[in-house]
Design a protein around this ligand. Structure first.
Ligand SMILES: *[C@@H]1O[C@H](CO)[C@@H](O)[C@H](O)[C@H]1NC(C)=O
Ligand SMILES: *[C@@H]1O[C@H](CO)[C@@H](O)[C@H](O)[C@H]1NC(C)=O
Ligand SMILES: *[C@@H]1O[C@H](CO)[C@@H](O)[C@H](O)[C@H]1NC(C)=O
Ligand SMILES: *[C@@H]1O[C@H](CO)[C@@H](O)[C@H](O)[C@H]1NC(C)=O
Length: 357
């Protein structure tokens, strides 16, 4: 055999077969059809759809200013998402068969609309207090509990509910100030303790299914790769992410397996931006011309995408083809990037949630 089909192609063929098979199956046994009444999202900018309040332009509010959101449907306006379009939580909603992401916690205070889910995630958040004052995971879960206790979220919704816990490394900014490896390992243990504790708390509150992100390869973000002119992943971030992920898996393994699913962002990101075999690049990676160089790049390495001078002049450049860039800004994927990441995880998420549509 001379022709070798890429593994990813093979698996998508299998996926088609499986999807067809499960379609037939569900037509016969409607018991396997699942509708989730509640989608509750916790975490940081990977999942935030507009919780951080809009204020004057700064690094922490840049998601409310151009060019953020510039590929977002007809409006092409910033939506408070850290991307040119959709982010991870939007794609999770889609996998659940919804037309849109759950409303933001901020909006629930203003209107009494649909509570088929709430997004509590805030850009910049971690499990510990961060300088940006974004509420920690524990505080976000407390807000959820308050809504439950107050009847703003019905207990009935939790019987068929999904939570996403998206903690993407904001806590690790602190590692820069740590000198010993021991201290870093200790800190990783503390972070994963907090995540596992949060997951347990969500389960105790009655959430039936919890998806938990692994930490993506931190050394491959444009922020880290910039000194190499975006030619390679730099620093110790990937090692730290692996230690974090292994620790997290152990701790989540210790609790019930069938209600918690570790969403392997690390694997899905790595396949695209740092494939192990340069001679066998996965199909999902090939659509991206720029894997480490962001679409929106500040002129100053310490600046940010969206930054302007006193006269409103842009202090950044924006690419003309965001769909060919995996990264949007110095730390966040483009909408196309998220789509490619979630496409790789979709089948496993559906299997875990018994979602058949
Ligand atoms: C590191 O320490 C310095 C001096 O104490 C402090 O100003 C800075 O905020 C710290 N950085 C982080 C990321 O915690
Ligand atoms: C980890 O948590 C323990 C217990 O709360 C604390 O004593 C220790 O200082 C923490 N380690 C780091 C590096 O933050
Ligand atoms: C960085 O990469 C770009 C595009 O490949 C190239 O044009 C530029 O000369 C490089 N800069 C440096 C400093 O190597
Ligand atoms: C977690 O459990 C799975 C399934 O039992 C196992 O394959 C995996 O090695 C475990 N991971 C860790 C880090 O213990």
């Amino acid at each position: 055999m001379a022709v070798k089909l890429p593994a990813i192609l093979l698996s998508s063929i299998c996926l088609l077969v499986l999807l067809n098979a499960s379609h037939v199956e569900s037509a016969r046994t409607s018991g396997s059809f699942h509708w989730y009444n509640g989608l509750f999202v916790f975490g940081d900018s990977f999942a935030d759809t507009g919780n951080f309040p809009k204020a004057d332009l700064s690094e922490v509010t840049r998601q409310w200013y151009k060019p953020y959101g510039c590929s977002h449907g007809f409006l092409r306006d910033p939506t408070g998402r850290f991307s040119n379009g959709f982010v991870q939580s939007d794609f999770i909603a889609k996998i659940l068969g919804r037309t849109k992401a759950p409303e933001t916690y901020r909006d629930t205070k203003e209107n009494d609309g649909d509570k088929f889910g709430v997004n509590f995630a805030v850009g910049g958040a971690g499990v510990f207090e961060v300088p940006r004052k974004a509420p920690t995971l524990a505080k976000q879960i407390s807000s959820f509990k308050k809504m439950l206790d107050g009847g703003d979220i019905g207990k009935w919704q939790l019987k068929e509910s999904v939570a996403l816990v998206a903690i993407s490394g904001n806590d690790y900014a602190r590692v820069a100030n740590m000198s010993s490896e021991r201290e870093i390992l200790d800190f990783i243990g503390n972070v994963t303790d907090e995540i596992a504790g949060g997951v347990e708390r969500l389960q105790k509150l009655g959430v039936t299914k919890v998806l938990v992100n692994t930490l993506h390869p931190l050394a491959c973000t444009p922020w880290q790769a910039r000194p190499s002119n975006y030619t390679k992943c730099m620093g110790r971030g990937n090692m730290a992410a692996l230690l974090h992920n292994d620790d997290l898996e152990k701790k989540l393994n210790a609790t019930s397996r069938d209600s918690v699913y570790l969403l392997d962002l690390n694997w899905a990101f790595t396949n695209i931006i740092d494939p192990s075999d340069p001679h066998d690049i996965p199909q999902v990676s090939k659509q991206f011309k720029s894997k480490l160089k962001p679409c929106c790049e500040s002129f100053d390495p310490n600046g940010y995408c969206g930054q302007v001078d006193e006269d409103g002049g842009a202090l950044y450049s924006v690419c003309s083809n965001p769909e060919k860039h995996f990264f949007w800004d110095d730390v966040h994927p483009t909408q196309a990037g998220w789509e490619a990441v979630m496409e790789q995880l979709e089948k496993d998420i559906k299997d875990f949630l018994h979602v058949t549509y």
